[in-house]
Design a binder for this molecule. Structure first.
Ligand SMILES: C[S@@+](CC[C@H](N)C(=O)[O-])C[C@H]1O[C@@H](n2cnc3c(N)ncnc32)[C@H](O)[C@@H]1O
Length: 245
């Protein structure tokens, strides 16, 4: 992981207690909690997942997949302090998708939040075929991806497009989540044009930590970086919940 991202996730861990993280997170799955069938929960690219922390109190077994050990360790601490003895078995899997296969279980819920946009459409097809093989009738699948309304979608920077490989349309999701296997329960298309004060302040703190880490102390250069961090961009994302047929 890029050093600046590591700084971000450490700051995230510092600022967001479990309660604050859950309070500030948009969780569409909460609407369907009563419909979770029996079986473990899987999250791909879980980071310090607000979903896994919130649902750890259900006592369900959790498979948390990420390819950053430090994120998995922070998630473990979060779940232990949030659910305590109510937590089910927690399996932390340091796996790079799609090089390594998704664990061979039948999951009640699969979460891919801010994850599929790191892959090409063909890689997404491979990941979704594995999800199909590891879910059953009634399993839920939550997906959140950057949309083409995201400002980054039109960026001329090739490095950015190596990192975020695909910006999705509703049609992409309809093709990926074939109605032969999935019922779409909810679809949401959001564009945030102006960040909240809370997010803006967090991003300023992030910039400050990066500048300190890289020992950039020249006041003018720091000022330019803060101005850059203060610029608004459109955060466009699609969210869906599917139910396996
Ligand atoms: C943007 S964060 C999303 C975290 C969490 N799902 C959420 O919505 O808050 C993406 C996470 O995916 C992990 N990740 C990125 N590429 C991965 C890959 N190929 N395999 C497994 N994990 C990956 C990163 O380490 C990071 O923790």
């Amino acid at each position: 992981m890029d050093e600046t991202l590591r700084i971000y996730w450490e700051l995230y861990n510092e600022i967001f207690s479990n309660e604050l993280m859950i309070h500030k997170s948009h969780n569409l799955l909460r609407n369907f909690e009563e419909e979770f069938i029996d079986g473990p929960i899987l999250e791909l690219g879980c980071g310090q997942s607000n979903f896994l922390v919130e649902f750890s109190k259900t006592g369900k077994e959790i498979f948390a997949v990420d390819n950053e050990e430090f994120q998995l360790n922070l998630l473990k601490k979060r779940i232990e302090s949030y659910a305590g003895k109510d937590a089910g078995k927690l399996r932390l899997l340091n796996i790079t998708i799609p090089e390594k296969e998704i664990p061979q279980e039948v999951f009640s819920l699969v979460i891919a939040s801010d994850f599929l946009h790191f892959f090409s459409i063909n890689e997404c097809k491979n990941i979704i075929s594995q999800i199909i093989a590891r879910t059953q009738k009634g399993s839920l699948i939550f997906v959140r991806v950057h949309s083409q309304s995201h400002s980054y979608s039109n960026s001329p920077d090739p490095e950015l497009h190596k990192y975020f490989k695909h910006f999705f349309t509703e049609t992409d999701l309809m093709e990926l989540f074939d109605e032969k296997y999935f019922d779409r329960m909810i679809f949401s298309n959001t564009v945030q044009n102006i960040r909240s004060k809370f997010t803006r302040e967090m991003e300023i703190k992030w910039t400050e930590k990066i500048l300190d880490e890289y020992q950039i102390f020249d006041p003018q250069e720091r000022q330019e970086q803060f101005e850059e961090a203060n610029k608004e961009l459109n955060i466009g994302y699609l969210e869906c919940i599917y139910r396996r047929k």
